[in-house]
Design a protein around this ligand. Structure first.
Ligand code: GLY
Length: 382
């Protein structure tokens, strides 16, 4: 099948699937599916918001993001109502903000900022600016990093920063553009500069967690985090870095960010297996053959975005591997049936978790986003 035909067919399958999945789950904010293929709900505000299945759960913006992607594609206003319902739920988290975290960017960009960008909704803008202020408040000027997570019972995380946050800082770039106040952008760029210095290795691979001394700002050490171990290359983290540095380049114009994105991209491209199926960590042992389709979709999305900022004769360097990954996912790791609410299968949260190969709503989000990018119909979220 030629490539455009494959893209058009996949878009059609996405429209069909999300049409019934959204109707079935319109009162939920899902994360994953149960053994019967039904989506869970992390939006029950009577539950402990800080529990992993609570309202503060970091992926809770992606369901709204999927609905906005579908709205911009189909023009069906039903998606606006459903997306706004989830935004209203997320706004409740401000009333007890202790449990909010560095991932407010992931929570409010695909939902509230997307709403504001598409419809000009002032309420969505207000919520997103509030979230940006919470994120800016996590910046430590000693070390120039945005603190990851909150206090943990068994670990001192005051000096921790993580690669995932390269996506959250897009909220700060957006806030500067909206308000005309450069403070947010300065924080975003200082964080990105620190990550460039301390997280990107010589070979283009990337650290997951970097630890600073929160008093002096000195860099202390790196941690393996969700990957195989210290010194390894957690694939989703490589994706957060690759795509995140492209975003920082497009939001700030700083060329070094584009160069950094290319370095990470070349590390990823050199390590994509022949099958196109992406492991949890590029440096994991051969067995067990643990996969992460979510990391695959983030890497593919980053490669497609990167291709937009290189000369015409270099574009295929990035587009070819992106399409290879997305075709492998489409052909072997998707479920288009009515037996499962999620599309993308075989995702993994962290290498050492006891559970692997399940569905994650942000895998569907990044898959759909990437397919729309190839189709030339996506909106800019990050
Ligand atoms: N941001 C956490 C993750 O990618 O799982």
């Amino acid at each position: 099948m030629d490539e455009q035909r494959w893209i058009t067919d996949t878009v059609e399958k996405i429209r069909e699937k999300i049409s019934w999945v959204s109707e079935k789950n319109k009162d939920k904010i899902p994360y994953t599916t149960d053994e019967n293929g039904n989506y869970d709900d992390r939006s029950d505000s009577t539950k402990d918001w800080n529990a992993d299945d609570g309202l503060n759960w970091w992926t809770n913006g992606f369901w709204g993001g999927i609905l906005w992607l579908l709205y911009q594609d189909t023009g069906n206003e039903r998606y606006i109502d459903m997306a706004r319902k989830c935004e209203k739920k997320l706004e409740q988290t401000f009333s007890d903000f202790y449990g909010l975290h560095h991932d407010v960017g992931f929570m409010f960009l695909p939902a509230a900022v997307a709403d504001y960008r598409i419809t000009g909704n002032e309420e969505a803008k207000k919520a997103a600016l509030h979230a940006a202020n919470l994120l800016a408040g996590r910046f430590n000027p000693q070390g120039n990093y945005i603190r990851a997570w909150n206090d943990l019972p068994d670990q001192d995380t005051r000096g921790w920063a993580i690669i995932d946050c390269m996506f959250n800082i897009s909220l700060l770039y957006w806030a500067s553009k909206e308000t005309g106040d450069p403070r947010y952008r300065h924080i975003a760029m200082r964080h990105a500069d620190s990550v460039m210095t301390h997280f990107i290795r010589k070979d283009g691979s990337v650290v997951h967690i970097g630890e600073f001394d929160p008093e002096t700002g000195a860099f202390v050490k790196s941690h393996g985090g969700q990957g195989y171990g210290e010194g390894s290359a957690w694939t989703r983290g490589q994706g957060w870095a690759l795509y995140g540095f492209v975003n920082s380049y497009t939001n700030s114009g700083k060329e070094e960010y584009l160069d950094t994105a290319k370095r990470v991209a070349h590390y990823c491209i050199a390590n994509i297996p022949e099958s196109g199926i992406i492991p949890v960590d590029f440096r994991q042992p051969e067995k067990p053959a643990l996969e992460d389709s979510c990391g695959a979709c983030v890497i593919a999305g980053g490669l497609i975005e990167l291709a937009g900022y290189v000369p015409e004769n270099e574009k295929q360097v990035y587009l070819r591997p992106a399409v290879k990954i997305l075709k492998a996912i489409t052909d072997t790791r998707t479920d288009w049936s009515r037996h499962c609410d999620a599309i993308v299968q075989n995702c993994t949260g962290a290498y050492h978790d006891s559970r692997h190969h399940f569905t994650m709503v942000y895998a569907d989000y990044f898959y759909i986003e990437a397919i729309y990018k190839l189709n030339g119909t996506g909106i800019r979220i990050w």
